[in-house]
Write a protein that binds this ligand. Structure first.
Ligand SMILES: [Fe+2]
Length: 412
């Protein structure tokens, strides 16, 4: 039994019955119990019923009082738990490093945490029922960037970033409806996060990225300028080399054009075509070290003189070898007079031992030489040059290169 009062009421009921039983025993002795259950006359019947009713009533009343007490205790316990939970939630929400508000659809603040109170500079108790736009935005109407405005209009919740010029801070805010058991919106949860640090870091990152991109542009532009300068220097150098003799004027440029046409016909990569462009223009750079008198000799060269001329391939390689950027073209320069049957110079390489680009350059070089005047002979006709290419295909020249060149010449 939880309630003392209930016990007293029940005892009181029993007290009346017992008191009457004692009274009855005094009057009727051993017949008292019989007299109680078989009363004499209507007055006694009524009186006995009243006595029994008092007992039953006291028991029922005591039971009800006890049940009420239990219910009260339960309610008080629930209220205590609820208060405790609410305090825990309040402490948790207040400790959040960002703002949280609950508002109704009229923008009235229902609840807010300490962060919002600190931000607004208003005691937390005074925030309730104030308009959120007055507190947060210091405005007298809802602001355009408010996600609650958008949610009410479009039924779509979106996160919004905005800058608060008064507080000099960036905020990220959003809104989510809170529903009751029947699905009705009872409030809107409205978080407010200070993202100033993130925005500043983002800004610095963007600045760094822009600076890096600008630097990259400058480097690209400088690289292009440098590459243009390198190309122009190579052309100027080739022209200077060819200008040494009236017999070779324009030779390097023509050889380069033929070689690139053949390479493209054979499907050579862009990188190799770039290398071939430089190698074509500089292929005879080694002749700088050869006596002009030999190169312009109007009669057939002696064996000793030809041996001197043949050295231009190795000399060319030696001249260019200190330039690291040109190391890829050194084998082309060295081997552009090799023949596929191994009778060429300087190394007597055969077939596939000769780099493909050198074999292409060899065909282009020979074709231009055969087509041009030389101090020791006039230029043969084009038909002769073509027949020589075909005749020497497989001995001097790589047959695939010759075939590609013939296709090029046919197209022209
Ligand atoms: Fe040469």
């Amino acid at each position: 039994m939880k309630s003392k009062f209930a016990v007293i009421v029940i005892l009181f009921g029993w007290f009346i019955v017992i008191a009457y039983m004692i009274y009855d025993y005094d009057n009727y002795g051993s017949n008292a119990l019989r007299h109680f259950f078989v009363p004499e006359g209507p007055a006694e019947i009524f009186f006995h019923i009243m006595i029994l009713s008092a007992l039953v009533g006291s028991i029922i009343t005591g039971y009800l009082i006890n049940e009420r007490k239990k219910l009260l205790d339960k309610t008080q316990l629930s209220e205590k738990k609820y208060r405790h939970a609410a305090e825990e939630w309040r402490a948790t929400v207040d400790s959040l490093p960002y703002g949280v508000m609950l508002t109704d659809n009229e923008f009235n603040i229902i609840k807010a945490n300490n962060y919002i109170a600190d931000l607004a500079g208003i005691p937390i108790k005074e925030l309730t029922h104030k308009k959120c736009y007055e507190i947060i935005h210091k405005d007298n109407k809802p602001v355009d960037c408010c996600p609650l405005v958008k949610l009410i209009e479009t039924r779509r919740a979106e996160a919004v970033e905005y800058y608060d010029p008064d507080r000099r801070k960036y905020f990220l805010t959003s809104v989510s409806p809170i529903f009751d058991d029947k699905g009705n919106v009872i409030a809107y949860s409205h978080p407010l996060i200070d993202i100033t640090d993130i925005k500043q870091k983002e800004k610095k990152l963007t600045q760094s990225k822009d600076a890096f991109l600008n630097m990259l542009k400058d480097i690209t532009s400088a690289y292009k300028e440098l590459r243009g300068l390198q190309h122009n220097l190579i052309i100027a150098f080739a022209n200077a080399l060819d200008a040494k003799s009236p017999w070779t004027r324009g030779h390097s440029e023509r050889v380069t054009n033929y070689a690139i046409s053949i390479a493209k016909e054979m499907g050579v990569s862009e990188k190799d075509i770039d290398a071939l462009w430089i190698a074509g223009l500089l292929h005879d750079i080694g002749k700088i070290g050869t006596y002009d008198i030999i190169l312009e000799k109007p009669t057939k060269l002696t064996d000793e003189e030809f041996a001197l001329v043949k050295k231009h391939t190795i000399k060319g390689e030696e001249i260019l070898s200190p330039i690291k950027e040109l190391e890829g073209i050194l084998p082309i320069i060295r081997s552009h007079h090799e023949k596929v049957d191994g009778t060429g110079y300087p190394d007597g390489l055969k077939g596939d031992e000769i780099p493909l680009l050198a074999k292409i350059l060899c065909v282009a070089d020979s074709y231009d030489s055969m087509k041009s005047d030389r101090p020791y002979r006039p230029a043969p006709n084009k038909g002769f040059s073509l027949s020589e290419l075909k005749r020497c295909s497989g001995t001097h020249f790589d047959p695939e290169v010759v075939e590609a060149f013939l296709r090029v010449l046919e197209k022209e």
